[in-house]
Structures are given as structure tokens and as C-alpha cells.
Design a protein around this ligand. Structure first.
Ligand code: NDP
Length: 449
């Protein structure tokens, strides 16, 4: 962020700070959007008069609930559950559930706020929401995960519905958890309502390419960015942080597009493999064995494991931060840019700090914000809802072609909007403005509600 918030949105920002004290990630996400919106408010006085921005900054509904469950030793555990139904101007609330000990209301609100604009950018009829719990799935047995998911859904089900609120996965919530959540929803409601959750198993309402969609989509977005500069993935060295759903399938598509991913990580450290990450081995360790990234280096001669440390020290042409928020700070950005990195594409939500984004801007590094670059996941979730509603099932090829087209469209929209609003090449501004305009028009059309 370049110092001051523009004067025309300062009062809005001050109010957000005041009403949401201590929610630093939420403040950060709102501020980044507000910085882009000054130019919009100059052209659209109706949004100032109707307090459209202020209304979008206030969630429509915030649900916080107790999640009691029993662990394998019979001990009672109590977690906190959240669902923030942020904005339904474009469709039912849509956004993932995160299970991670760091989850709190501010984090869920930041994610839900981002989700509003991301979902708008996909061009699909979906509103924005997000949820989760401070439950830590690490080291828990299947039975414990199931009991937790059942207790979580026993409270949440009353707020959900295919036309109301449709959660999906996020950190710590994959196909296994979606299965347990769906089972409990079905049991309580006595309805086989496929469209109430996305990311379902392929045998019971899930859609092909949903698992791969966020990572694939980020790589497609990167490809579109490079094309504008007359470049491609061919021969490029790529560093991808994380080794979860987004990272694994980001790496897969990077390889298919001609690049070489040479490093990835988890919260204990990172591996460097100059021969290129062996995807089969990575999937075996992370998806089948649910192991750690250090195991990869033990089983691959060309790889080294670095405990702790910064993965951004590894020289690359393209960086795809795909682990978590604020994982790439100003210092790391300076190292990346200094080592010749030319593109940074956010696979995760808000992984680059404002200081890092400033460094990239000044160094002329192409930067893609998560709300545009990682929108492929939610877009494919909307395609899953579409298939559920029509009792249909698309092929992998058809679904992937739709995803690729959606990602190219999102890139084009961000690129063109940035030019139209006087900041060519600034995809942060392009994404924020294009997303906002679509939501704001609908909010305006629906009257003061
Ligand atoms: P996963 O749970 O599958 O993987 C997360 C990865 O990030 C793991 O390797 C994990 O390591 C690492 N990680 C998580 N927290 C931290 C931390 N505090 N410090 C260092 N590493 C960390 O999650 P996803 O891949 O689904 O999500 C990754 C990011 O992408 C998140 O920001 C999410 O919001 C975003 N996203 C995901 C979408 C999806 O479809 N899944 C859609 C759009 C965005 P460890 O195992 O050690 O914790």
C-alpha cells in the first residue's frame, strides 16, 4: 500500500477500523480494495450517495457457534465455528470452510470479503461468504474428524441451502471433510440436496476438475499474463509455496504448460529439487500418506529439505504463493525481485503483504492478486452446482476447457478495467474495480436492503 488511503475513502476505512476492532486481516483486505475504488467513486456519485461501499463492507449476517465433540480418548473438546454470509447480491453465499487453529472472526471476514469480488469476477451467479473453525485436523484420526464435522454441521445446517449458502473446502477441508459434512446435512434435513456443498466426491455429485481447479486456474491465469508480454511458461523456473490442494495442482499445470516447478513447502520448511518436482511422489506423500514435505527430500536424490527458512530465497522466474495469508513479506519480495523473478501469481488468498505488493509494483514484476488468479476453484464449484441442478455430468476435457476459458476471461477483464481506469498493467486495481462494479450494480438494483 502506497502510504495513505485516498481521501475520498478515508472515512469509510476509519469506520471499518472502528466497527471491527482488532481484525487486522479484514482491515488489510478492505484497505486494499478501498485504495482501488477512489477512481470509481469519482465517476459514480450514486455509490457515494447510497453508501454502497459501506454496505458491501458490512456482512449481511455473521454466525458464530459452539462445536462440542469427543476425541478418541473420550475427552470433551470444544471448538468455535464461524460462517460469515457476506454478500448475496449476485447469488447464494458461496465460499469455503477453513479448519485451522489460526481461524478467528477477522480471518473469516477477510476471506469472505475477498470472496465477494472473486465470485463476481468469475461471471457466475454466486455471492460471497466464508466459514470455518479453529479446529486443528492435524494428527486427528478419521473418526475424530468425522465426529467434529458432524457436530459442526449439526449447528450450521439451518443456515445452508442450495439457494441460500453453499460452502466448499479450504485449508484443512478436503473431500473427506466435505463427505462427512454432506452426510450429516442429508441426515438432519432428509434431503439429498447435492447443490448445498461443493467439492463432493466424484461418485456422489462431485464434478471433475474441481480438485484441480484452483491450482490449474492459477497457472492458466499466469499463462494469460505472460502472453500479454509475449512470453510463456516454456523453460521457466517456478517456485510454489505450500503443498496442499492449490500447490499440488498448480505444479501439475505448470509442468503441463512447459514450466518447471523446482520448490514447494509446508509449515515446517521447503524442498528444492532442481530436476523439477516429482509430482507422483509429491501426491503420494501429501494426498495418500498425509505426510510432511521433508519426506519428499528423503525419497528423492535431487531434492534438499530446508527446515524453516524462506522458500522465496530460491531463485525463479515465476512465484506462486499458494499456502496462506501474509506468507510473502516486503523483504522476501525484494529477494525475489532481486533474483530476477518476473511474475508473482497468488494461488492462496492474500499471501503477499501490502509491502510486498509495493515492491513488485516498483520493480515492474507482473503481479496477479488471489481474488483473480485463484478464482478457478470457486468458478468450478459453480459449474459443479450447475451439473447438480441439471442432474448432469461433464467430461474432464469439457470442464477443463470451461475453466481455462473462465480464467482467460477474468484476466482480460482485469487487464481491460485497469486500462480503462488509468492504471494499465495494474491487475490489483483491475480486479478490485471490475469485481466491485458488478456487485455494486446489483446492490443498487435491489434497493436499500
Ligand atoms: P491445504 O490445506 O490443502 O494446504 C495448505 C498448505 O499450506 C499446506 O501445505 C500447509 O502446510 C500450508 N500452510 C497452511 N498454513 C500455513 C502457515 N501458517 N504457514 C506455512 N504454511 C502453511 O489448503 P489449500 O491448498 O486448499 O489452500 C491454500 C490457500 O489457497 C489458502 O489461502 C486458501 O484460502 C486458498 N484457496 C484455496 C482454494 C481451494 O479450492 N482449495 C480456492 C481459493 C483459494 P501444513 O500442512 O504444514 O500446514
Amino acid at each position: 500500500m502506497n502510504g495513505e488511503v485516498p481521501a475520498s475513502v478515508q472515512a469509510i476505512y476509519d469506520e471499518v477500523l472502528h466497527r471491527n476492532a482488532g481484525e487486522t486481516e479484514f482491515h488489510q483486505a478492505v484497505r486494499e480494495v478501498l485504495e482501488s475504488l477512489a477512481v470509481v467513486l469519482d465517476r459514480h456519485s450514486e455509490y457515494t450517495e447510497m453508501k454502497t461501499v459501506q454496505r458491501i463492507c458490512e456482512p449481511e449476517r455473521q454466525i458464530i457457534f459452539r462445536v462440542p465433540w469427543q476425541d478418541d480418548r473420550g475427552e470433551v473438546q470444544i471448538n468455535r465455528g464461524f460462517r460469515v454470509e457476506f454478500n448475496s447480491a449476485l447469488g447464494p453465499y458461496k465460499g469455503g470452510l477453513r479448519f485451522h487453529p489460526s481461524v478467528n472472526l477477522g480471518i473469516v471476514k477477510f476471506l469472505g470479503f475477498e470472496q465477494i469480488f472473486k465470485n463476481a469476477l468469475t461471471g457466475m451467479p454466486i455471492g460471497g461468504g466464508k466459514g470455518g473453525s479453529d479446529f486443528d485436523p492435524k494428527g486427528r484420526s478419521d473418526a475424530e474428524i468425522m465426529r467434529f464435522c458432524q457436530s459442526f454441521m449439526t449447528e450450521l445446517y439451518r443456515h445452508l441451502g442450495e439457494y441460500t449458502d453453499v460452502p466448499a473446502g479450504d485449508i484443512g477441508v478436503g473431500a473427506r471433510e466435505i463427505g462427512y459434512l454432506f452426510g450429516q446435512y442429508k441426515r438432519i434435513t432428509n434431503r439429498y440436496e447435492s447443490g448445498v456443498l461443493t467439492g463432493k466426491g466424484l461418485g456422489w455429485g462431485g464434478a471433475l476438475v474441481r480438485t484441480e481447479a484452483t491450482g490449474y486456474g492459477a497457472a492458466f491465469f499466469a499463462e494469460a499474463m505472460m502472453k500479454v508480454r509475449g512470453e510463456s511458461f516454456d523453460g521457466k523456473r517456478v517456485v510454489v509455496s505450500g503443498s496442499g490442494n492449490v500447490a499440488v495442482y498448480g505444479i501439475e499445470k505448470v509442468h503441463q504448460l512447459g514450466g518447471t516447478a523446482v520448490a514447494c513447502s509446508d509449515s515446517s520448511g521447503y524442498v528444492v529439487d532442481d530436476k523439477g518436482i516429482d509430482l507422483e511422489l509429491l501426491k503420494q506423500i501429501k494426498e495418500v500418506e498425509r505426510g510432511r514435505i521433508a519426506d519428499y527430500a528423503q525419497r528423492r536424490e535431487s531434492a534438499d529439505f530446508v527446515a524453516g527458512g524462506s522458500i522465496w530465497d530460491v531463485p525463479c522466474d515465476v512465484a506462486m504463493p499458494s499456502a496462506t495469508q501474509n506468507e510473502l513479506d516486503g523483504d522476501a519480495a525484494a529477494v525475489l525481485a532481486g533474483n530476477g523473478c518476473r511474475y508473482v501469481v497468488e494461488g492462496a488468498n492474500m499471501p503477499a503483504t501490502p509491502e510486498a505488493v509495493d515492491v513488485f509494483r516498483e520493480a515492474g514484476v507482473g503481479f496477479a492478486p488471489g481474488k483473480a488468479a485463484n478464482a478457478g476453484g470457486v468458478a468450478t464449484s459453480a459449474l459443479e452446482m450447475q451439473q447438480n441442478a441439471s442432474r448432469d455430468r461433464w467430461t474432464f476435457e469439457h470442464s477443463e476447457a470451461r475453466l481455462a476459458e473462465i480464467m482467460r476471461d477474468i484476466h482480460a477483464r482485469c487487464h481491460e478495467t485497469a486500462e480503462e481506469y488509468g492504471s494499465p498493467g495494474d491487475l490489483v486495481l483491475g480486479a478490485n474495480v471490475a469485481g466491485f462494479l458488478q456487485v455494486a450494480e446489483a446492490v443498487h438494483a435491489h434497493g436499500l436492503i
